[in-house]
Ligand binder design. Structure first.
Ligand SMILES: [Zn+2]
Length: 354
């Protein structure tokens, strides 16, 4: 098992949205007959009209709740997502009426949800606008060998998908997260791809504008896909995206204990080869090499006992770090092989080289 894929999420510090924002965009089960982003849903009357009407009434009732009310959310015991039935870990504001038997059915493509297998099948065959399609956004990364693809979903242009993603992710996070106000975030959704379609593995979110240089706000790998190194893959992707934007990056704080450990391991993996290869690099130069903030570089070097813990960043900023000392060799030898992205597999690099 890879620790970075351990059961708990890294961190998330985004706040529950306040105010009267309606949930209708974020909670749209398959029986809804209105249009969604211009795509018409099935309006044909069916023999089970009364059942569908009851279903819609429950939805309308729930849509009248505001954000404060959903703080009273309950835990959904299980979800069916694709070919997996997954035990959940934490509450999420799905309406209880949608899992009367303790199981919620989630469309693997568009992430909308419903209460029965039959409704889900109807949705997937008749209504789903993303059936067998990728998440709604450009593909920014692709590993053909492992059939992995990463898509960038804009919360402003795809609020329904983004909100449904947040609701789903909350089942595996124990702290508040955003559900409604997704406008200012991008969501990087990792999928496994096969002949059946696109299977969501996990994601990370990122503020579109972050004065603090946050390059990752929230990250989740869904339980059925853990222990594959996808957590560090997404972290490395978050740094590559920052580099592409010409920025240094850092994860949003606070980090959980697991998140701190995972990031420290990742930072050591990125830093120490540079340290070992040179005898004259400063903290600032290491930051430029790796895309890390100088604060994170200094923190990592202190953890490796290459800088005194009591020194401030200003005191160590121009300090030259010794290369192949015994400490560096020992730290390098202790590192595990992490799953990282291949910078050549990003869409922008492919465009540049073809
Ligand atoms: Zn769907």
């Amino acid at each position: 098992m890879r620790p970075e894929e351990a059961r708990k999420p890294m961190h998330h510090s985004m706040n529950l949205s306040r105010g009267k924002r309606r949930m209708s965009d974020g909670l749209r089960p398959c029986v809804r007959s209105k249009t969604d982003s211009g795509v018409a849903h099935c309006k044909r009357k069916r023999s089970n009209d009364s059942e569908l009407d009851k279903h819609n009434q429950l939805l309308e009732k729930y849509q009248s709740l505001d954000a404060a009310s959903v703080k009273l959310m309950q835990k959904v015991p299980r979800i069916e997502l694709g070919r997996f039935v997954v035990e959940t870990w934490y509450p999420s504001p799905y309406p209880a009426a949608f899992y009367p038997d303790g199981k919620l059915y989630v469309c693997e493509s568009c992430l909308s949800y419903t209460s029965t297998k039959r409704f889900l099948e109807h949705h997937m065959t008749k209504e789903c606008r993303l059936r067998k399609k990728p998440p709604p956004g450009p593909r920014v990364y692709f590993e053909k060998a492992d059939d992995l693809a990463l898509f960038e979903v804009d919360g402003k242009t795809e609020p329904t998908y983004a909100q449904n993603l947040c609701l789903l992710a909350k089942l595996f996070m124990d702290q508040k997260t955003l559900y409604f106000d997704v406008t200012h975030f991008r969501f990087y959704v990792l999928c496994r791809v096969d002949k059946e379609g696109y299977h969501i593995v996990g994601y990370f979110s990122k503020e579109k504008v972050s004065p603090e240089h946050y390059n990752l706000s929230c990250i989740v790998i869904f339980p059925q896909f853990q222990r594959n190194g996808y957590g560090t893959l997404l972290i490395s992707i978050s740094y590559e995206i920052s580099k592409h934007d010409g920025l240094l990056g850092t994860p949003e704080r606070p980090l959980s204990a697991h998140g701190r450990a995972t990031y420290l391991e990742y930072w050591k993996t990125m830093l120490l080869p540079h340290v070992a290869a040179s005898s004259s690099l400063t903290v600032g130069e290491l930051a430029a090499c790796t895309g890390m903030l100088p604060e994170d570089v200094a923190q990592t070097l202190k953890a490796c006992d290459l800088l005194r813990p009591s020194k401030t960043l200003s005191e160590v900023a121009s300090r030259t770090i010794r290369g192949m000392s015994s400490k560096v060799r020992a730290e390098l030898a202790s590192l595990r092989a992490l799953r990282l992205c291949n910078p050549r597999q990003f869409a922008w690099n492919k465009v540049a080289t073809t």
